[in-house]
Write a protein that binds this ligand. Structure first.
Ligand code: GAR
Length: 190
């Protein structure tokens, strides 16, 4: 069994989609959901899905190593960042070399980097009157949004799009592609 640990900070729609995609599969499972924002809805989704979820704060990630220790204890093979908004600590990168996957709600390298996450991305794309946006699924390294791209998908941005309507288009692309690309990436490493 290949075990996926999901890290998130917010609503958790991607975490839910990934968990549901792999449910009932005999070869891949979501072994835990780790979150770093105390009252994030992702915790409730984990509960509904019957997946163990654990909160870890800044100290647990960057000082004591408790978050990494938990991933080891859960025997995670891959780490999936699904709306996780902190830089992955060096010790975690070392523990999962080439095995941490992130999704970003824009066509990187555009609209990436520190502070460019979630709604901020869509606001910037709309404010700049872009005609297209999309998603980037990539491996994670020590910088924000810089690792090797695994997959991109595009969508049109129309003049009447708002950050909210663009976010809805992006979520559809995430739903359609993120679980599948995770699956294919795992299979290609077997
Ligand atoms: C997703 O749109 C994801 O692409 C984005 O946060 C959202 C999380 O939604 N990630 C980033 O901005 C990372 N820089 P969710 O919690 O409902 O899955």
């Amino acid at each position: 069994m290949t075990r996926l640990a999901i890290l998130g900070s917010g609503n958790g729609t991607n975490a839910q989609q990934i968990t549901e995609y792999f449910a009932g599969r005999g070869d891949v499972e979501v072994c835990c959901i780790v979150y770093n924002v105390k009252d994030a809805y992702i915790a409730q989704r984990a509960k509904n899905l019957g997946v163990e979820a654990r909160y870890f704060g800044r100290k647990d990630f960057y000082e004591t190593g408790a978050a990494l220790e938990y991933l080891r204890q859960k025997q995670a093979d891959w780490v999936i960042l699904a709306g996780f908004l902190w830089l992955v600590p060096p010790a975690m990168l070392e523990a999962f070399p080439g095995r941490i996957i992130n999704i970003h709600p824009a066509l990187l390298p555009a609209y990436g980097g520190k502070g460019m996450y979630g709604h901020h991305v869509h606001e910037a794309v709309v404010a700049n009157h872009e005609t297209e946006s999309g998603i980037t699924i990539h491996l994670v390294d020590q910088e924000y949004d810089r690792g090797t791209t695994l997959f991109q998908a595009r969508c049109e941005v129309t003049p009447d799009d708002t950050p909210d309507s663009l976010a809805a288009k992006i979520h559809l692309l995430e739903k359609e592609h993120f679980p599948r690309v995770i699956d294919e990436t795992i299979q290609s490493h077997r």
